[in-house]
Design a protein around this ligand. Structure first.
Ligand code: B3K
Ligand code: ZN
Length: 898
């Protein structure tokens, strides 16, 4: 047992293991109360340690060892800090056999071998395998696995593990068995087994190599009608990875299994992906367009790990972004390529950036700020963060930008040539991309570029332009800085690719020519900012241009450009870069929100000006724009994004004021554009037969936004027609996107009809767990008004359908509350008291889940009083618990540290 230990693990202290485990033969007698595990390993002393006779220290946690044998002879052993220590071992390779037991039913942490819905499932990344048997639980120890499963045949008809099934049959006493062999050496975090009563959808495909593959999606028998989209997504992912990167499936069989109790989204176990049901199950009646998109993205993500993560894995957990950043980049590209049109690609990019700025930027500014390649951790599970994943993906994206699309594909090829079958580092990856592109913009700057892996914090880029009319020149000066973050006070300059365009006042793209540069004058250029400050001069310009900076969000930085209102309006109307068009609109909205929050202190009512409303109206009416893009343009920056921008300006955050102001603006847009919203609704409300493609889902998204505005405006005007229509749509809708959109319109506007609609919805979907999750979330994320939302969340926590044991359900209510600033950050501290209770309650059951919820107060220091003091007290209350897990302790102590 290693409970409560708070040792800090450091990246610098990496050393190779004293022994290798080359193969392992595992056998399981599966029983919920007591499962017997026998592990036979081929162990080899690491020749680098020759002559030292190191002890072999095997990791173990919450398991009981009953016998240890070396080459068939029982030997003595001792347990030290939870590790099984074996001494006086042979200096030649030997066979080690360990027998131990574990208790899957008691494993409420959902880490290791556990039971869910009457079946057995595993989760081993990062350190769950040690909860199954004693092992060198580290990713640089790679072994081939043979697995024998024995279990009651009636209760567990399906027995699965990694690789290929080589044998199966019946045993005495109603039991049966199956033997699986995985020929690919792998670290133990990629081990998986499933024993359950499941059915599967299957399909055969032939890959480019000419090989035949069996694809299977396993679910509970009632869910088979929700597996088509996951299977289609898997086939699409297979084809895409071959086409874009030349990477084919290396397995005869590829399985996906859905489980309803799961700590995160999904897990890329070799050949046996285990998924949270939320990211597998989808049909039009129960899943929204967003769910369909998530299924495609996560199925793709886990499939892509088969190469980026499994074939080439991480040397140690500090290198996590090696596989996660790269695989997120790959799944983002996959979704964009699947979306097709340039406009649909831009929509996906905007959604990804919005997420990055909302979550990762806040993380980078708070107590949990860490580099993409962290330097230390207490609980590795706390470092599966937005920084490692999403910022890591941006780092890969910048490399791809600097070497170009074809260059990046070459880099990937070299990466696999060099490292296939090995456990490597982020440096190895960057080196391969660079070496494959010696003449690129990356190669000469590689060392400086790698600061993205080492330095935490979000860089700021200031831009200012000067036009010299006499010489018809425009000089753009870019400078960068990065605020101090925990443990890092000084930062060196980053290598920042800045995609740039110049527009004239009419919005036409201008050719961009450098002094003395080549004659070519494209309308977009990639500048590389690598010093603290640099100037770029463009010639032959007849008037002062409007710069379109950081197109496509070419680097994960905060741009401080001080663009004028006119410039922003020009960009909003005309920029050829869809991302920057959207960004200009966000800037215009943001400035108004910030000004109104400040003015609120003088008692001024928040009022939107005609110029802004007109601009929004023009966009809403512009039929040449995709519906999905208009939906994004017409959505104001979120409350948490506004809060972070206030922090930037040194203002203490009052979530209640931000909420009041943003709500007032929403209401004004709903009123001023009423007729336009009604017209949009008429045009987009009916989308015909359901298809989750980008065009149809964009139409549904815009229709739902229109309905939300119309129902919201009805709350002001007393109109009953629109709420009536929304209610009717809740009843009649033929797909979940429309139904939930209508329900959400009622709930968000606190319409009277919300109550009967919610009750009806619950009754209709009471047996669909994932839909009931939505029902909880919808209520917890409604705009707060007079404490009603918070009161409802507390009541819902007592609802018979609520349970903190199921992570999806717990998140659907509690994480949702933590993401609803005005409901959570109450002046009377009740939100924090409730939060602390739940963190402590859940920590006793499931520490990973509790640690995620504990992140909810990361940004307490930015709050104004009385919230600030109250939040601190709540954190202290949690920190004062003596038996807290290392996971939660790490989060709250970092939050409280000065
Ligand atoms: N690699 C897993 C995450 C495991 C999290 C462990 N706490 C899922 C993924 O990123 O694909
Ligand atoms: Zn991943």
């Amino acid at each position: 047992m290693r409970e409560g230990t708070e040792t800090l693990v450091r990246r610098e202290l990496y050393s190779a293991p004293a022994y290798w485990i080359r193969s392992v033969d595992l056998s399981f007698d599966l029983d919920p109360i007591k499962t017997l595990v026998i592990s036979r390993m081929q162990v080899e002393p690491n020749s680098a340690f020759a002559g030292h006779h190191e002890a072999l220290r095997l990791d173990g946690e919450d398991i009981t060892v009953t016998r240890v044998q070396v080459n068939g002879q029982s030997i003595s052993f001792r347990l030290e800090n939870g590790q099984l220590v074996l001494e006086n071992l042979p200096s030649e390779p030997f066979q080690l056999e360990i027998r131990n037991t574990c208790s899957p039913e008691k494993n409420t942490r959902l880490n290791g071998l556990y039971t869910s819905g009457g079946g057995f499932f595993t989760q081993c990344e990062a350190q769950g395998f040690r909860r199954i048997t004693f092992f060198l639980d580290r990713p640089d120890v790679m072994a081939t696995f043979k697995v024998t499963l024995r279990a009651n045949k009636q209760s567990y008809p399906v027995l699965l593990s990694n690789g290929n099934k080589v044998e199966s049959g019946d045993l005495d006493h109603g039991r049966h068995y199956a033997v699986w062999v995985d020929p690919h050496p792998k670290p133990c975090y990629l081990f998986a087994l499933v024993a359950a009563n499941l059915v599967c959808r299957e399909q055969r495909v032939v890959s480019r190599t000419g090989k035949d593959h069996l694809l299977q999606v396993y679910v509970r028998s009632g869910d088979l009608d929700k597996t088509e989209h996951a299977m289609q997504s898997l086939v699409a992912a297979l084809i895409w990875d071959e086409a874009r990167f030349g990477l084919s499936l290396d397995l005869e069989r590829f399985m996906i299994v859905a489980v309803s109790d799961f700590n995160m989204g999904a897990m890329e176990n070799k050949g046996l992906n285990i998924f949270n049901t939320k990211f597998v199950l989808a049909n039009p009646a129960t899943a929204t367009d967003v769910d369909f998109g998530n299924v495609e993205a996560v199925v793709g993500h886990e499939y892509f790990h088969n190469w980026t993560g499994n074939r080439v894995t991480c040397r140690d957990w500090f290198q996590l972004s090696l596989k996660e950043g790269l695989t997120v980049y790959r799944d983002q590209e996959f979704t964009q390529d699947m979306a097709g049109s340039p406009s649909a690609r831009a929509v996906k990019r905007i959604e990804d950036v919005r997420q990055l700025r909302q979550i990762q930027f806040a993380e980078d500014a708070g107590p949990m700020a860490h580099p993409v390649r962290p330097d230390s951790y207490q609980a590795i599970d706390n470092f599966y963060t937005s920084t490692v994943y999403e910022k890591g993906a941006e780092v890969v994206r910048m490399m791809a930008t600097l070497v170009g699309r074809a260059g990046f594909a070459r880099g990937m090829t070299l990466y696999f040539e060099r490292f296939d079958g090995q456990a490597v580092t982020c440096d190895d990856f960057a080196q391969a991309i660079s070496d494959a592109n010696p003449d690129s913009a990356l190669a000469p700057r590689l060392e400086a570029f790698k600061r993205w892996y080492a330095q935490s914090g979000t860089p700021r880029v200031q831009a200012s332009g000067e036009y010299d009319a006499d010489n018809r020149r425009y000089t753009l000066t870019l400078s960068q800085s990065c605020p101090a973050t925990p443990g890092q006070s000084e930062k060196q300059p980053f290598v920042i690719p800045v995609a740039l365009g110049l527009l004239d006042r009419e919005g036409r793209a201008l050719p961009m020519q450098f002094v003395g540069g080549p004659l070519a004058s494209p309308t977009e250029r990639l500048l590389v900012l690598e010093e603290a400050s640099q100037s770029f001069t463009f010639i032959n310009l007849d008037s002062a241009p409007v710069p379109s900076l950081l197109r496509g969000f070419s680097a994960p930085v905060i741009l401080q450009a001080q663009a004028s209102q006119d410039d922003l309006l020009t960009l909003l109307r005309h920029d050829s870069d869809a991302f920057n068009r959207w960004e200009a609109g966000q800037q215009l909205g943001l400035e108004r929100l910030l000004a109104a929050v400040q003015a609120d202190q003088n008692g001024e009512e928040p009022t939107l000006d005609a110029a802004f409303i007109d601009a929004m109206q023009a966009l809403l009416r512009d039929e040449s724009l995709d519906a999905a893009f208009r939906e994004l343009l017409l959505t104001l920056p979120s409350e948490s994004y506004v809060a972070e921008r206030l922090v930037e300006r040194g203002v203490a955050v009052d979530p209640q004021t931000i909420h009041r102001v943003r709500d007032a603006f929403r209401a004004q847009l709903a009123q001023a554009l009423h007729a336009d919203w009604a017209a949009v609704w008429d045009k987009h409300a009916q989308t015909g037969g359901y298809s989750p493609d980008a065009i149809s889902s964009g139409r549904r998204a815009l229709a739902n936004l229109a309905l939300a505005n119309l129902v919201l405006d009805a709350a002001r005007s007393g109109d009953t027609v629109w709420p009536g229509r929304a209610y009717q749509r809740c009843k009649d809708a033929t797909n979940m996107t429309d139904r939930l959109g209508a329900l959400s319109a009622l709930v968000q506007a606190h319409a009277e009809l919300a109550e009967p609609a919610l009750a009806r919805f619950h009754a209709q979907f009471r047996d669909e767990a994932l839909v009931i999750d939505k029902w909880f979330t919808l209520q917890a994320t409604a705009p707060e008004s007079n404490g009603r939302v918070f009161a409802r969340v507390k009541a819902l926590a007592q609802h018979p359908d609520f349970s903190v044991k199921n992570p999806n359900r717990a998140r659907s209510l509690l994480m949702a509350l933590a993401q609803n600033p005005a409901a959570f950050h109450r002046a009377d501290a009740a939100g924090y008291v409730f939060w602390a209770e739940k963190v402590i309650e859940i920590d006793a059951i499931n520490r990973q889940l509790a640690a995620r919820l504990a992140r909810g107060l990361d940004r307490w220091r930015t709050l104004a009083e009385p919230q600030r003091g109250a939040a601190q007290e709540a954190l202290q209350r949690v920190a004062a618990k003596p038996d807290l897990s290392a996971d939660v302790r790490e989060i709250v102590s970092r939050a409280l540290a000065a």
